[in-house]
Write a protein that binds this ligand. Structure first.
Ligand code: ZN
Length: 103
């Protein structure tokens, strides 16, 4: 049970804050079960610093979601694929055939 783990070391406030902050992205994305989400929201209501982190994270995620999807240019892939192929061929050679790159 997530909510039990969340409060395992309740006396260690710092540790609880760390656990809460680790789950904030999941809370924002709605990936948490209702009880865990409720436990985290209860902590956010009483912890100024975690609430601040939550606000900033939520704002950042929403901002990123407003960015348009960037379609890579048609010329983008071939030079990268060529460089990967060249690198793969270079590392596939036996070590005695390795040569330093010409200046
Ligand atoms: Zn906290």
């Amino acid at each position: 049970m997530e909510e039990t783990r969340l409060y395992e070391s309740y006396e260690e406030g710092f540790s609880l804050c760390t656990r809460v902050r680790d789950r904030l992205p999941d809370l924002i994305e709605g990936y948490l079960d209702a009880m865990t989400a409720e436990a985290i929201r209860s902590h956010l209501a009483v912890c100024y610093m975690c609430n601040k982190v939550f606000d900033e994270m939520e704002r950042t995620i929403k901002l990123v979601e407003t960015l348009p999807f960037a379609e890579p240019h048609m010329d983008f892939a071939p030079p990268i694929m060529a460089a990967i192929k060249m690198q793969a061929e270079e590392t596939a050679k036996p070590w005695w055939k390795w040569r330093p790159k010409p200046e």
